[in-house]
Design a protein around this ligand. Structure first.
Ligand code: SF4
Length: 467
């Protein structure tokens, strides 16, 4: 048995931020090469601190879904996963045994040599007959003076594609460092120019900054008066959203495993947690705001306040992904980065098979089953606020200066809509939803949303609404 974990950044504000990682997880699940494919996030749930606990096997490969090496892949993710590694990740990855699981952590997908093929695939989408006689390729990166790694990957892909001989010229250009994208009319001589953004997703840069800096007006733009004569620019979509990235992810995962090792076993604690959950499901009951009812081999989930409503009055979803998508936003359409907030929208029902129920509940309340079970076994370790604060780096370092009173004031605002009980602050939770108390979920450690709110409070010195 083996598990694949994809790590994305996620967002406290934008529910679309995690979409690319969702899509890759779905593509990889369809391939069926791993017993499970799970997503984890820095700014959403399951959080990096929780995600390993949610894997069903003792053999776990973790892929950072990032376009280049840098602060997140070298500092934040290894630290939050508890890998005991900081700094550049070696080409063979980092392997550790954590809590009985063998965990392999790889380089981010963006630095894999297979990304040159993805660039090529994107270029061919906009210009299928690109030819070495008259076509230039621009591989366009963000670049930054603070992270030299982010440009290394652009140069190495440009070199690889130059060597392929498929283009008359290949250039590496950047938004934030030299050579800058705005200089392209002076640098590029070919009549036809394909621009491929080496970005993880579609967003502000690919939709606005790059077209603006290059003077583009859509997928194809004519430039009749350029210094080297008339030129046509073909603007491709970002590499990070191409389906072929799934192949790159699988290659990375297989290379990490080829260093040795055999398939893992079922993780016994995880299995026991889900046995307890299934016992609740089979007799029917509540989990958080959701009513779970068994119906001859399938399970129906709906908002508890929708109890008694006819099926025709509710939107019916029949997959775990469908359940995820109807519960990602609240009734007002706002993103729900903390999935245990009492903001679950109403008006839907999910009908899932027993095989799908685990993934459905995982999407609904990530890590809650595993953490509640661990709490009832007295094995859920709490991390007090000072320890969480000391671990923060980068822009979050300042939360170490928050006083106890400031932290508590933030908690009165941020944690009050949350179903979780703050064990990290000394609150008590004698029973959990597994013991029949629907809204009783443990919170072992302040979430990243809470940490971000503490930082905001310190920056703005704003009073919290609770103060
Ligand atoms: Fe909920 Fe507060 Fe825990 Fe975050 S820190 S999960 S808001 S209880």
């Amino acid at each position: 048995m083996r598990s694949l974990v994809l790590i994305g950044h996620g967002s406290h504000l934008n529910s679309e931020s995690a979409s690319a990682v969702f899509r890759y997880a779905e593509l990889l699940r369809e391939r069926g090469l791993y017993d499970e494919v799970i997503e984890g996030y820095w700014k959403e749930e399951p959080a990096l601190r929780q995600v390993l606990r949610t894997t069903a096997s003792t053999d776990v490969t973790v892929i950072p879904m990032f376009i280049s090496e840098g602060y997140f892949t070298e500092t934040v993710i290894p630290r939050e996963l508890g890998l005991g590694h900081q700094g550049p990740v070696p080409p063979e990855g980092v392997a550790r045994v954590l809590g009985g699981r063998t965990v392999r952590y790889t380089l981010p997908f963006g630095v894999h040599p297979g990304m040159a093929d993805v660039i090529l695939a994107r270029a061919r989408e906009v210009l299928p007959d690109a030819a070495p006689e008259d076509t230039a390729l621009i591989v366009l990166g963000h670049g930054t003076t603070r992270n030299e790694n982010s440009h290394k990957v652009i140069y190495s892909n440009a070199d690889r594609l130059r060597e392929s001989g498929l283009f008359a010229e290949v250039h590496a250009l950047f938004l934030d460092e030299d050579p800058r994208v705005g200089t392209w009319p002076d640098l590029v001589r070919s009549r036809r120019v394909v621009v491929v953004p080496f970005f993880a997703s579609e967003g502000w840069h690919t939709l606005e900054t790059i077209p603006e800096d290059m003077g583009l007006r859509g997928e194809v733009t004519e430039f009749p008066d350029n210094p080297h004569g008339p030129q046509t620019v073909f603007y491709a979509r970002p590499v990070g959203t191409h389906p072929a990235v799934a192949n790159v992810v699988l290659s990375l995962a297989e290379e990490a495993r080829s260093a040795g090792g055999r398939d893992g076993d079922v993780d016994r604690t995880h299995d026991a947690a889900w046995q307890a959950m299934m016992a609740l499901a089979r007799r029917g009951g509540r989990i958080g705001e959701v009513l779970l009812t068994p119906h001859s081999g399938v399970y129906e989930l709906r908002h508890a306040l929708d109890e008694g409503m006819g099926g025709a009055e509710l939107q019916t979803v029949v997959t775990p992904e469908g359940l995820r998508d109807v519960t990602r936003r609240d009734a007002a359409g706002e993103h729900r980065p903390v999935r245990t907030y009492r903001t679950l929208p109403r008006g839907w029902r999910a009908v899932l098979s027993e095989a799908e129920l685990r993934r459905g509940v995982h999407f609904l309340y990530p890590a809650v089953v595993e953490e509640s079970y661990a709490h009832s076994c007295h094995s859920l370790r709490h991390t007090p606020w000072p320890t969480t604060a000391r671990r923060q780096t980068g822009i979050y370092t300042r939360v170490q200066r928050a006083t106890h009173d400031q932290v508590e004031r933030v908690a009165r605002t941020v944690c009050s809509p949350c179903l979780r009980t703050r064990l990290w602050a000394g609150e008590k939770l004698p029973r959990t939803f597994l013991d029949g108390v629907p809204g009783a979920f443990p919170c072992a450690e302040a979430c990243t949303y809470f940490v971000a709110e503490v930082r905001e409070t310190l920056i703005s010195k704003r009073p919290t609404t609770a103060s």
